[in-house]
Ligand binder design. Structure first.
Ligand code: ADP
Length: 238
């Protein structure tokens, strides 16, 4: 298995006196995994996801993401790594108002130097992939919450990232739209993308093959569903 995320004793402190939002996390995630990060509000989930997504650097320890040592990389290279290899989805969709779904998704590839027509072609395919092939001309205010989140997911995957990170992607959705978004993340994972999702919803997390529980900035459990027994017995890893 190719390792895509490796954290060794990662810490992230804020302020003075220092609050350790991430207090010494060591873990690895392999390519192709589907992982839920769970924990109560304030436990350090977003901090952890930001470190994994290279939006932030550890204040101690080391993070290797897609083979790159985050600590050693200049900002420009880190930002290139993010643009080309990592897709992000957030609770608050972050879609530009007044822009069509097609152009929002096409803009997800602006960094890549792909001509506009080709960006829009690929955006159309990505929207089809998330079940919105019939909504390409719609603007965010003409879409439901679930549809907006699917546009955000299409934008995150249009460049074919190896890693998709989602921070409470269902937090603003009703349960039906939320379930559809989770199903979509599962489908993307089945086609090869490594997916890490933050949630504070234990029910949602229960559907994931691997769950990493965080509390006070530390990993308190890392469990995998045993093969073939969805939701039944579990193995606890140290
Ligand atoms: P979660 O995502 O689980 O709700 P966070 O990672 O957002 O948790 O926050 C973990 C802890 O770090 C909290 O105590 C929070 O107040 C603190 N924290 C997060 N971001 C900052 C920041 N930019 N400045 C100061 N403290 C922060």
């Amino acid at each position: 298995m190719t390792e895509i995320i490796r954290l060794d004793g990662v810490e992230r402190s804020y302020g003075q006196p220092a609050v350790l939002a991430c207090a010494g996390v060591s873990l690895t995630i392999d390519q192709g995994e589907l992982v839920a990060v769970v924990g109560p509000s304030g436990s350090g989930k977003s901090t952890l996801l930001n470190l994994i997504g290279t939006l932030d650097r550890p204040t101690a320890g080391s993070a290797t993401i897609a083979g790159m040592d985050v600590q050693q990389m200049p900002d420009a290279e880190l930002s290139a790594l993010r643009s080309y290899r990592i897709g992000f989805v957030f609770q608050q969709f972050h879609l530009a108002e007044g822009v069509s779904a097609l152009d929002i998704v096409a803009d997800g590839m602006l960094y890549a130097g792909v001509p506009r027509a080709e960006r829009r072609r690929r955006a159309g395919l990505a929207l089809e992939r998330v079940g919105l092939g019939h909504r390409t001309g719609h603007k965010p205010n003409q879409l439901s919450g679930g549809e907006r989140q699917r546009v955000a997911i299409a934008r995150a995957v249009v460049g074919d990232p190896v890693l998709l990170l989602a921070d409470e992607p269902t937090g603003n959705l009703d349960s039906e739209s939320g379930a559809a978004v989770v199903e979509l993340l599962r489908e993307l994972n089945s086609s090869g993308t490594t997916v890490v999702v933050i949630t504070h919803d234990p029910e949602l997390a229960a559907a994931f093959p691997r769950r990493i529980a965080v509390r006070d900035g530390r990993v308190v459990s890392d469990s995998r569903a045993t093969e073939g027994a969805a939701g039944a017995s579990e193995e606890e890893a140290a």
